[in-house]
Write a protein that binds this ligand. Structure first.
Ligand SMILES: Nc1ncnc2c1ncn2[C@@H]1O[C@H](COP(=O)(O)OP(=O)(O)OP(=O)(O)O)[C@@H](O)[C@H]1O
Ligand SMILES: [Mg+2]
Length: 277
């Protein structure tokens, strides 16, 4: 466990989500239960189209669930009585394609949220943003624009920006999917650095099993659609971790232990015609 603070514990209880486009029911999540402790990094791995983003969107409050319950620190986010939670500053989402304002400097992008919400003055927000960017190794790019820095740096800026409001939960939907493997490896260590300073609960979706085991305290391997955990792996490699972990015996063993489950579900998804998203 990463922290003793009881903030950011997510409990997903028996959640079902059925979409109903034009009356054709699509079950995306099927009686899914998963507990994520406060301050835990929980990685979600599953085949394309299995329902991972659907689950993340339900936690974020972007859409309702059909049945079941999701709580955050014991407070109901959504349930059968109240199928949709309100998006709130306690949960923050970083999307695959990012969303920095290209006309604002990186610093102004990071400082933007708390200023817009009236939580901090412009000077306070800029001071906090500068300090968080420095902690995240982003010195020197503060006054550049997003278009002037690499995609890896932009990803880090997005994550720092997401943390400016001190959320309890960081929801990440394949944030590194488009990055090359070398940049990815740097990003993993950078994310852990940021995490060690800001012990938020992390719900992180990926297709990449190595990424999942390297970063996670826990890895939930989801079934093909409709999704629910097929196997939940506790990664018994202590944090703080660095890239040396990748060549360790235990890391390779954990990959071997889980690879088959991931592959099996990918084959099922392929056979049922789910396409790469
Ligand atoms: N708004 C919607 N209306 C109808 N069906 C939807 C909607 N959003 C998603 N779906 C369907 O629900 C299923 C799960 O989609 P979801 O995006 O959650 O999968 P995913 O696991 O995130 O996939 P990927 O790995 O490709 O991102 C898919 O069959 C998808 O087509
Ligand atoms: Mg998705």
């Amino acid at each position: 466990m990463a922290t003793t603070e009881t903030r950011g514990a997510i409990r997903i209880e028996d959640v079902v989500k059925i979409y109903d486009p034009d009356g054709a029911a699509v079950m995306a999540v099927d009686h899914c239960s998963l507990d994520i402790a406060a301050g835990e990094i929980c990685m979600i791995v599953g085949p394309s189209g299995c329902g991972k983003t659907t689950l993340l969107n339900a936690i974020a409050g972007f859409h309702e669930i059909t049945s079941g319950r999701i709580t955050l620190d014991g407070e109901v986010l959504c349930s059968t009585d109240r199928p949709k939670s309100r998006p709130g500053s306690d949960r923050v989402v970083v999307f695959q394609n990012g969303a920095l304002f290209p006309w604002k400097t990186n610093l102004d992008n990071v400082a933007f949220g708390p200023i817009m919400q009236g939580k901090l003055s412009k000077a306070e927000a800029r001071e906090k943003a500068l300090s968080m960017m420095a902690d995240a190794g982003l010195n020197g790019v503060e006054h550049n624009y997003p278009g002037e820095v690499s995609s890896g740096v932009r990803r880090r800026i997005e994550i720092v920006r997401a943390l400016m409001n001190d959320p309890k939960v960081l929801l990440l939907d394949e944030p590194y999917r488009a990055l090359d493997s070398l940049t990815k490896s740097v990003m993993h260590e950078a994310l852990l650095e940021i995490y060690y300073r800001n012990k938020v609960t992390i719900f992180f979706i990926t297709h990449d099993l190595e990424e999942a085991i390297f970063l996670g305290h826990k890895v939930a391997i989801m079934t093909s659609r409709p999704c629910k955990p097929k196997k939940v792996l506790t990664v018994d490699i202590p944090h703080p971790r660095d890239y040396g972990v990748l060549t360790s015996k235990r890391f390779r063993e954990l990959i071997e232990e889980t690879n088959e489950a991931v592959h099996e579900e990918a084959v099922k998804a392929f056979q049922s015609g789910e396409k790469e998203g």
